[in-house]
Design a protein around this ligand. Sequence first.
Ligand code: DON
Length: 567
Amino acid sequence: MKKLSTTYLLISLGFLLFSCEKKEAPRVIQRGLIAEKAMVVSAREEASKIGLEIIQKGGNAFDAMMATEMALAVSYPFAGNLGGGGFMVYRLADGSTGSLDYREKAPLAASKDMYLDENGEFLNQLSTKGALASGVPGTVAGVFEAQAKFGKLSPAEILQPVIDLAKNGFVVTPNQATRLERVRQVVVEVNGEETFFNQEIKSGDTLKIPVLAATLERIAKNGRDEFYKGETAKILAKHMLAKGGIITEEDLANYQAVWRDPIVFPYRGFKIISMAPPSSGGITLAQILKMIEPFDLKSFGHHSPEYIQVLVEAERRAYADRNYFLGDPDFVNIPVDQLLDSEYLKSRMENFSIEKATKSEDIAEGKIQFSESMETTHYSIVDAEGNAISVTTTLNGGYGSKLFIDELGFFMNNEMDDFSAKPGTPNMFGLIGAEANSIAPGKRMLSSMTPTIVEKDGKLWMVVGTPGGSTIITSVLQTILNVAEFDMGMQEAVNAPRFHHQWLPDLVNFEPDSFDSTIISTLKSRGYLINEGNSPVIGKVDAILVLPDGKLEGGADRRGDDKAVGF
Ligand code: DON
């Protein structure tokens, strides 16, 4: 009897403990903006609102793309642009997917060694600052191409609120005022004292750019050819020549945006749709996700040393391949199938040990058998019909080449620095490229931009992307994993601190003061070289998550002035 009651007592105690454990309150997710039908998330409130307004007027995601992108060119000249380029990945409500490449191209007069001196040394000032740093812009071609194929409204109707924004002005944020003041001296150095941005611009000021309003009015009236063949093209080419650049009217007239098949791959129960070359984003994201897929990340725990190690080691191997194999597919033969082959990727991780970091010097690009033959900005849109677009657009550096076309009202990119000007020598993001990404006339420079859409159970699940140069791919990766593996909400996933590794330099970067010191010391003891606080932020992710009830949750990055709006 006594034995029985002791057993009973033990069972009851066990049951009590078990039920206590079970009763633990579920984690409360701190959600971002929730909307019923449609949402735009971008780097500026004005741009998000103008995009949404177009949807409210009966436009779709592609009409909103034109509106948002052009509104960013007005209110976020740091990265929003007419003088740059970008990539767009879409998923229509019927489930069909595709992508548009409106990346800049090297001018026809560009040459492989154009940034090398007579001793073969890389003159990085030339590829980053001033007229010679610019590629032929693709943004206007891109937004018109997408809108013409899928949009519903007229460009004139879409562009009107953007023209009004440039005419009536937008309110300068504290972040913006600081950045504009910081860049002013270089802008004057490149453009002269009389240039538009050589003025004191304070937080709270209303900034009007009338000359940009006039450019946009001409584009609204005459269409994309205004920028590539019209008066705007003539002014632009003349200005570039006067400033020592090589972009000509012929370069502009030849420019075309290109529809490309996106990189589509499964990860656990998800389907990922991301950008193909000339962006490295989709392939590198796919390689990393496939390399980490066999590991039980959830059981490691979010931001545990083991979780960080698995990601870093996969990133090390994927970036080594990125830098060697990837470039413009119109110029180089990229072994896409082999780079994404499961057996190949499994073999890449075979020498990984949780005990000790692999050294980047011991990793090179994989052995592939060839067959015969920090400024960018991202916005995510879901419209009321269920179409989704993910767009990343850039001038490359903040305010691009700092060359401001005063007659037209916009900055030109310094995207030429994304080429591998001298194979083996790092560019401004520390990326070391190879022959596949060398400069050639008319070639597109390799990008890291990773506009991405994720499906779950055959339905739209997430729209995601970010700026951040080489850190774009790893920021998109972590945002997806935060929700897919760790059940975070969209805003939480965007808010979560980030880390980054890119093979070379052999360092792991962490956002400052965001990671536990014991995690960092464990990683150091396992041989990782840590760089904490090198960059105050890693990425500025703007994303949308479709919740189980069909509502949309926005994730607008707290690291910037980013804003989600919806209805
Ligand atoms: O295309 C690329 O990968 C770069 N030009 C992106 C630059 C960027 O994200 C800068 N932003 N922080």
